[in-house]
Design a binder for this molecule. Structure first.
Ligand code: PBG
Length: 345
């Protein structure tokens, strides 16, 4: 029922009507729950580093480690076994491989391509999502190519096309343009099709805001020091805008995006709801690094119950219309759901 319908419906009133009746026991609450979280709603982002048998904790993201390529198959296996449908891979590119022109982005042996091949070889059933944006590879940390301080749009598109084809060649199932250049979805689709990758899915970061909540991610992939005091406000969206988000999504849909994403998550639930209602296509949300870090940090201080807060946020995304959620807490949430299904807490 729509919220408006619910408001019209009550014919009875207190004391005959008691809303608390249906909240009295766990089984009743379960029975009347309007939304449910399932492992198949969750996508786990993974940071990949060079080396072997390397796990590097990310200090600003408690519980998250960068993993070297050899450790990825076991991690992917665990995710698949928990029912998590896909991983989103992010390379922590060594500084010596970064350049002004981001050439490493289309090196078929770059870190993310090696990660994709390693996982696909041993866990072919898990979906792999690769970010299409130049920031892991640029010395300046911007998502596009830069000339005289300006992030270039059309020149960047050519680089993104090469990057997307390289990812698809390596076996990436979904390419996710996260750069917010204009025209990138069409450009990437054309390049993929021309290279014979007609079934490679495009997940567009369609409404991506210039957010301070990406801070810990930039620590994790090592783009923060490169970016310095610069920001991404000439291409990522102004947090004040929602009509503009709908225009962005409309354009990406017209350019043949298969799925769209709203990012960050919790501060933008209204945008998520608006996008889902206006277009009805698969709409994902990204609970970004800063959202994760806030909850975990407060949990570590004993100020919040981190697991309960995390779960509350994840169900909020479902309530607002998300079809799936990228969250650093995917594995822990899936484990919790499994314990609950088995009758535990
Ligand atoms: C890169 C990219 C970013 C995130 C995903 N892809 C950072 C940025 O745009 O600066 C952020 C994810 C997060 O904060 O968890 N284009």
């Amino acid at each position: 029922m729509t919220p408006e319908g619910a408001a019209r419906a009550p014919l009875a009133a207190f004391p005959q009507l008691r809303m608390r009746r249906l909240r009295r026991t766990p089984w009743l609450r379960r029975l009347v729950a309007e939304h449910r979280l399932d492992p198949s709603d969750l996508i786990q982002p993974v940071f990949v580093c060079e080396g072997t048998r390397r796990r590097e904790p990310v200090p600003s993201m408690p519980g998250i480690e960068r993993l070297s390529v050899d450790l990825l198959p076991a991690f992917a296996e665990r995710c698949a076994e928990l029912g998590i449908p896909a991983l989103a891979l992010f390379p922590a590119t060594p500084p010596e491989k970064k350049s002004e022109g981001a050439e490493e982005a289309w090196n078929p042996d770059n870190l993310v391509c090696r990660a994709i091949r390693a996982i696909k070889r041993s866990v072919p059933e898990i979906g792999l999502i690769g970010d299409v944006a130049l920031d892991p590879y640029t010395t300046h940390g911007q998502d596009g190519l830069v000339r005289e301080g300006v992030v270039l749009n059309d020149e960047t598109l050519e680089a993104l096309q090469k990057q997307a084809v390289t990812l698809a060649d390596a076996g990436c199932d979904v390419v996710a343009p996260s750069d917010m250049m204009d025209g990138r979805v069409r450009a990437v689709r054309e390049a993929l099709d021309a290279a014979g990758h007609r079934d490679t899915v495009i997940l567009s970061y369609a409404a991506k805001y210039a957010s301070a909540f990406y801070g810990p991610f930039r620590d994790a992939v090592g783009s923060k020091s490169a970016l310095g005091r610069a920001d991404k406000k000439t291409y990522q969206m102004d947090p004040a805008n929602v009509a503009e988000a709908l225009r962005e999504v409309a354009l990406d849909v017209a350019e043949s995006a298969d799925m769209v994403m709203v990012k960050p998550g919790l501060p933008y639930l209204d945008v998520l709801r608006a996008v889902k209602e206006a277009f009805g296509l698969p709409t994902l949300v990204y609970q970004v690094s800063g959202e994760y870090a806030m909850i975990r940090a407060a949990g570590e201080r004993g100020w919040l119950d981190a697991a309960a807060c995390m779960e509350e946020c994840l169900i909020a995304f479902k309530r607002a219309g998300a079809d799936a959620i990228l969250t650093y807490a995917a594995v822990e949430a899936a484990e919790r759901l499994r314990r609950r299904a088995a009758g535990g807490a």
